[in-house]
Design a protein around this ligand. Structure first.
Ligand SMILES: [Zn+2]
Length: 133
């Protein structure tokens, strides 16, 4: 649970990233949590453009990154276009951040993940060095 401070126990998704990008600083107690600030690679596009085919082709062949399809977490409660699906994208960024802590970046396949307006405003975006698509 990266968002729970190991010093004070408070939950904060909005930790402050140190200027060198190596630490997530707890806004409650100032504890500096060392973490890996990795890129997040996004493979996006409209339905039927081949994202799933590429995903299946690469799965099992690429070991330098963790490949995931965004549909695996989709639930009806995320279907809130009035929020620009914010909870869904925050959940994915939190998931990818935690996976990246094992030392490999994530490649996330899905419609909408490559749209900057969906990912860039998210609180969890700060934990990635960059988003590429
Ligand atoms: Zn703390």
């Amino acid at each position: 649970m990266f968002n729970v401070c190991i010093n004070c126990g408070e939950y904060h998704a909005d930790k402050i990233i140190s200027s060198d990008g190596k630490y997530a600083i707890c806004p409650a107690c100032g504890y500096k949590h060392h973490f890996r600030r990795m890129p997040l690679h996004l493979v996006s596009g409209a339905s039927g453009t081949g994202k799933t085919a590429v995903y299946h082709f690469l799965t099992g062949k690429v070991n330098e990154a963790v490949l995931l399809e965004s549909d695996i977490l989709w639930r009806s409660e995320f279907n809130k276009p009035e929020t620009n699906y914010r909870d869904y994208f925050e959940t994915w960024l939190r998931m990818c951040k935690n996976i990246s802590q094992s030392g490999r970046p994530v490649v996330l396949f899905g419609a909408g993940v490559g749209v900057p307006d969906n990912m860039e405003p998210c609180i969890e975006r700060r934990y990635f060095s960059y988003l590429s698509g």
